[in-house]
Design a protein around this ligand. Structure first.
Ligand SMILES: Nc1nc2c(ncn2[C@@H]2O[C@H](COP(=O)(O)OP(=O)(O)OP(=O)(O)O)[C@@H](O)[C@H]2O)c(=O)[nH]1
Ligand SMILES: [Mg+2]
Length: 175
């Protein structure tokens, strides 16, 4: 199973819609997820589907009830919102130390890159204490720079979701 988590308004629903292949234009808007959204994502050849469960940021206190059997976790941060990044980092730390998530692969999404300026990526990683996080985490962390608005980074994220090792493990688990 794959989970998509991150603070309120970090752009999870928007990003998942884009990954799912929904039409996105200037008129597209989202409502805050007060519960769970399910998205069906196809791989590049359209052969496999993956279900991603987005849990709203307002539900952070109860995210942990959904951790069981999570193979992959997409953690979305609004990189343009400097006031929120440290809090997003603290929340992420609490996921990294959770015993249920020790074998989960994590995609750290620096989102809303369409609003970026030159140093945004570096500043965000500094505020997250990323180098320390990477040393201390038992999980494999991969960074993606994305925008649900422009589609930046979407295909890289899709390739991460459908990497052959994960697919093989999923097929074996269903045998
Ligand atoms: N510029 C820009 N705005 C974005 C992007 N992604 C989302 N937004 C805007 O950010 C707001 C929140 O996006 P959502 O996708 O609803 O955020 P969320 O993380 O699902 O929020 P919750 O469901 O409340 O946890 C919306 O108004 C979107 O239009 C992006 O990549 N670029
Ligand atoms: Mg949402």
């Amino acid at each position: 199973m794959c989970l998509c988590l991150g603070p309120v308004k970090s752009g999870k629903t928007f990003l998942m819609k884009r990954l799912q292949g929904d039409e996105i234009d200037n008129a597209t808007h989202t409502v805050s997820t007060n519960g769970i959204n399910l998205f069906t994502i196809k791989n590049t050849t359209g052969e496999f589907d993956m279900i991603i469960k987005e849990i709203g940021g307002s539900m952070a206190p109860i995210w942990k009830h959904y951790f069981k059997k999570t193979r992959k976790l997409i953690y979305v941060i609004d990189t343009s919102n400097l006031c929120q990044i440290s809090a997003a980092g603290v929340l992420l730390y609490s996921l990294l130390v959770d015993p249920t998530l020790q074998n989960t692969k994590i995609a750290l999404i620096l989102n809303k890159m369409d609003l970026s300026y030159r140093q945004m990526r570096n500043e965000a990683l500094l505020m997250l204490h990323y180098s320390r996080m990477q040393k201390e985490a038992t999980q494999e962390l991969t960074i993606f720079e994305t925008s649900g608005m422009t589609g930046q980074g979407i295909e890289e994220l899709r390739n991460w979701l459908f990497d052959p090792i994960t697919l093989k493990a999923a097929i074996n688990a269903n045998k």
